[in-house]
Every structure is written in structure tokens, then in C-alpha cells.
Unconditional design. Structure first.
Length: 152
């Protein structure tokens, strides 16, 4: 997690607002805390915590409410994501549960964004927990195979 601090004066703040908005659109923002100060004509201070990488998927939600992961992920990440969906479908079919019960699309996208992958890293994804131990190995193998195919 990284942090960035913006100070936006109340008067004549267009340039700083533009910079802050550009930053927020281009990063995966975790939290934004703000504080107002009346000193020096008044200003807002924004404390932004963010993760390096692609912006949050919600930026590319269609009218139907579905995220287009082809737009959100890099081509390499999307390739992993597509392979992960196939694995998820196979695992779900084998045990007779819905695919989303293995991992959701957003969870698969977060795995696809990872530079390295392990059961512990999968478990750290919000709401995954013990499913990482139950289903994670096949995804880890696919991730490693993809790395070997690209020469990483």
C-alpha cells in the first residue's frame, strides 16, 4: 500500500483538482480521507491510500452491471484471467457447485494482477480465506505455467 497527499485550496483549485482526479482515475484507490482547514483562505487535504497497478474494475462497468475485464486488465493479465476462468469452471463442474462459489470474477482478476502467487496471497484477497487452500493449487500451477511459457 502506498499513500499520496493532495492539498486543494478552496479558491482557484482547478489545477490541483485536475491533478488529483487524474491520479484517482489511474490508480487502484483503497481509501480517501479528507480534512478541511480554514487557515490561509481554506483548503482540503486528501490522504489517499492506493495499490500500484490497474485502477479498480468499477471504472469499466457496463450498463448491464458487468465488468469488461479485457479493458481493465493488461493483455498478459487478461490471458491469465481467461485461463483462471477455465480452471474455475472445471473445478466447479467436478464438485457440482456454481463457478462463482470457487472464486468470483473479481477474485480471479485480482489473482491475475499478482506478480507472484501462493495460497497465502490468494487467501489475502478480500473474502477468499479458506477457499484459497481448497481451490488455489490449480490456479498457482496455471500461473507458473504461464510464466514459463512467456520466459519469465
Amino acid at each position: 500500500m502506498q499513500i499520496k497527499i493532495f492539498t486543494l485550496p478552496v479558491l482557484d483549485s482547478e489545477l490541483m483538482e485536475e491533478e488529483a482526479n487524474k491520479f484517482l482515475r489511474s490508480h487502484r484507490v483503497l481509501t480517501v480521507d479528507r480534512q478541511f482547514s480554514a487557515e490561509n483562505g481554506g483548503y482540503w487535504t486528501l490522504f489517499v491510500s492506493y495499490q500500484e497497478g490497474a485502477p479498480a474494475a468499477v471504472a469499466s462497468v457496463s450498463r448491464s452491471g458487468k465488468v469488461d475485464y479485457r479493458e481493465v486488465l493488461t493483455p498478459e493479465e487478461f490471458g491469465r484471467f481467461a485461463r483462471f476462468r477455465d480452471i474455475r469452471k472445471e473445478q466447479a463442474a467436478q464438485i457440482g457447485i456454481p463457478a462463482y462459489a470457487v472464486f468470483t470474477d473479481e477474485e480471479l482478476a485480482q489473482m491475475a494482477r499478482m506478480e507472484e502467487i501462493s495460497v497465502k496471497q490468494i487467501a489475502s484477497i478480500k473474502n477468499v480465506g479458506k477457499r484459497a487452500e481448497k481451490y488455489g493449487e490449480a490456479f498457482i500451477k496455471a500461473f507458473q505455467q504461464a510464466g514459463n511459457e512467456t520466459g519469465e
